[in-house]
Design a protein around this ligand. Structure first.
Ligand code: ADP
Ligand code: MG
Length: 597
């Protein structure tokens, strides 16, 4: 086959695939251009998660009339001029690819005016073709509107996720931008509603509070370190959480290198190492690290989306971060915030183990069922057994005892604080106490049209901070939770207060357990589709069920056994794991080679 040069349009579309992979990538490129233009205020408006339209408005320098068309030409940039400049990049952009790439796969309108000119100009480009250009009234700055993303690349269009997912990605990205640039005021609007508006007053702690909630912000310590050596140097500043405030994932760790939020696993590891083992297993700090290195010691041209960087010396930088973290933590952790409501952040371990234990006791949620258990539908009232008398394992298997009737097992005891041993007419039963209880709760929560199982008021309400990317989804999650017995109130823009939880006998309502539930519900970053009703309920059932390893009183065990015995689908937990193993007498006899005797 003959080799041919691709025509410009095809080449542009291929290249666009690398830079513009999603609506969030478009927002990123446009917002970075605005930052490079010195904007102090950037408004980002999206419709349908950006697949409908994306508009980014800035008050930056604007584009000069003579450069307007050039800006949309491939490899046209005002930011670097020669090869050497690539090694001293101080702007966010430099590849000259974003505008042409976006314009190749969407309908773009750009309006701009420079300081000192009287009129604005406007240019329209669709699928790489310039459709028009004209004079217009406009404020100083630039506004770019991108509509119908991927309208001419059906294969890409197919990869657009739902508006909810794309909006989640956009909000994650905007969160990074606001942390990287607290000196700039960002507004994020979706479908005409303001999701976030930062002040742009330069306060990183202020931005963190808006993204993560006040409770988190109050646990953050300042971090600052500077090293200079013969005119060379590196500096770091930012915030990191005191050891008692941890999260279940690393998504609250943001690393910004020379103004660019990047993925930097090695630096994140250095940060964690800096905590010197006080972080509980599987728990991570909250941190925003602003690292400044000499541009020539940094390669930013690793990936088209510019989310990765390479340092001249990884070791030096990692070590620097490690030492800065140690220093910040050594300066002393603030006492956990006690807001007027008496709410404390979750506790950690290590140095604070004793303290955190005390705190846990102090803040343990005392619960009072709002009405007696028998009325709530979790126990079928006729099935609640009276407290049993027998204790532990009984010597024989008395198949003819009156207590044992079909479908009504009798408790023998608990094994390893994880399994219940029981007998019914036919079988020896081994129940996985967690799986069995999970099924019981799940059934109560989904109970075909039945009202929810009732609510336990928490004496100390739980504040749940919902991070920005989850705020849209959480409204749907909240509805499901409320239907199943949670009592939830909005609390400012970032948080909710949980005042009540679904009643469940023998469920431990300790703060940590409830926090874990919400952390899991809001786990993934960026959030996937809003979780389905069923997923929410399964998660609730799983988190509210008794744990393996949890000691249970005899009455509790008997109650669990009784309600489990009449729960549909009792053989399996809602995730499909077995809840019970059964052995017939015959099977036991076989095992002991008693058959045929
Ligand atoms: P790059 O940012 O890598 O230079 P882009 O394609 O993103 O490439 O932008 C091309 C050029 O258009 C930029 O170098 C800049 O001169 C100009 N430009 C783009 N957006 C803006 C903006 N919002 N304000 C001012 N100038 C802009
Ligand atoms: Mg750019």
């Amino acid at each position: 086959m003959a080799i041919k040069l691709l025509d410009a349009e095809t080449a542009a579309r291929i290249a666009a695939g690398e830079v513009v992979e999603s609506p969030a990538a478009v927002v990123k490129e446009l917002a970075e251009n605005a930052l490079d233009a010195g904007a102090t205020r950037i408004t980002i408006r999206v419709e349908e998660g950006g697949s409908g339209s994306i508009t980014v408005i800035d008050d930056g320098a604007g584009i000069a009339s003579e450069d307007l068309e050039l800006a949309f030409r491939r490899h046209a940039t005002s930011k670097i001029k020669q090869r050497e400049d690539l090694y001293r990049v101080t702007t966010l952009g430099f590849r000259g690819e974003a505008l042409p790439s976006i314009a190749a796969v969407a309908r773009v309108t750009l309006t701009t005016r420079c300081e000192g000119t009287l009129q604005g100009e406007c240019i329209r480009i669709e699928g790489g073709n310039q459709l028009g250009r004209g004079i217009t009234g406009a404020p100083v700055g630039t506004a770019v509107t991108v509509k119908d993303l991927f309208f001419n690349t059906p294969a890409r269009h197919k990869f657009l996720r739902s508006p909810a997912v794309e909006l989640g990605r956009i909000s994650s990205l905007v969160a990074d931008l606001t942390l990287a640039h607290p000196e700039v005021s960002f507004i994020l609007e979706s479908g005409g509603r303001i999701m976030l508006q930062t002040r742009g007053d330069g306060s990183l702690a202020g931005v963190a509070a808006q993204l993560y909630g006040d409770r988190c912000a109050a646990a953050l310590l300042p971090l600052e370190r500077r090293e200079t050596e013969g005119g060379e140097g590196q500096a770091i500043c930012g915030l990191l959480s005191a050891p008692y405030f941890t999260r279940a994932s690393r998504r609250y760790i943001t690393v910004i290198v020379n103004g660019r939020a990047v993925k930097a696993p090695a630096l994140v590891y250095a940060l964690e190492r800096g905590y010197g083992g006080v972080l509980p297993r599987g728990r991570y700090p909250v941190a925003v690290l602003h690292l400044q290195v000499l541009p020539r010691t940094l390669d930013v041209n690793v990936h088209p989306a510019k989310t990765e960087v390479r340092f001249q010396s990884n070791e030096t930088v990692n070590d620097f971060v490690y030492r800065a973290v140690r220093q910040a933590l050594a300066r002393g952790a603030p006492a956990p915030l006690q807001s007027p409501a008496g709410l404390a952040p979750r506790s950690g371990t290590g140095e604070g183990l004793d303290r955190s234990k005390k705190r846990a006791q102090r803040f343990a949620l005392e619960t009072t069922p709002s009405y007696p258990p028998l009325a709530v539908g979790v126990y079928p009232s006729t099935e609640v057994p009276s407290a049993g008398q027998g204790s532990g394992l009984e010597p024989e298997l008395p198949a003819e005892t009156a207590a044992i009737t079909a479908g009504r097992p009798r408790l023998i005891g608990q094994l390893w604080r994880s399994y219940l041993i029981a007998l019914n007419e036919e079988h020896l039963l081994l129940l996985d106490q967690h799986a069995a209880h999970e099924r019981v709760l799940y059934h109560a929560l989904t109970g075909s049209g039945a009202p929810h199982p009732g609510t336990v008021q928490l004496t100390v309400p739980l504040v749940v901070d919902v991070p920005l990317p989850w705020r849209e989804h959480f409204r749907e999650v909240r509805v499901v939770l409320e239907e199943s017995g949670f009592v939830i109130e909005s609390f400012g823009n970032t948080s909710y207060v949980v005042r009540g939880v679904p009643f469940s006998p023998f469920t431990d309502n300790r703060r940590e357990y409830l926090e874990e539930l919400f952390e899991e519900l809001l786990a993934e970053e960026p959030p996937p589709e809003p979780p389905s009703r069923d997923t929410v309920l399964k998660t609730v059932a799983c988190h509210r069920a008794v744990k393996a390893g949890q000691a249970l009183g005899r009455t509790e065990m008997e109650a669990l056994l009784a309600v489990w015995a009449v729960t549909p689908g009792r053989e399996y937990c809602p995730h499909g794991r077995p809840a019970v193993l059964q052995f017939t007498r015959r099977e036991l006899e076989k095992g002991f080679h008693r058959t045929g005797n």
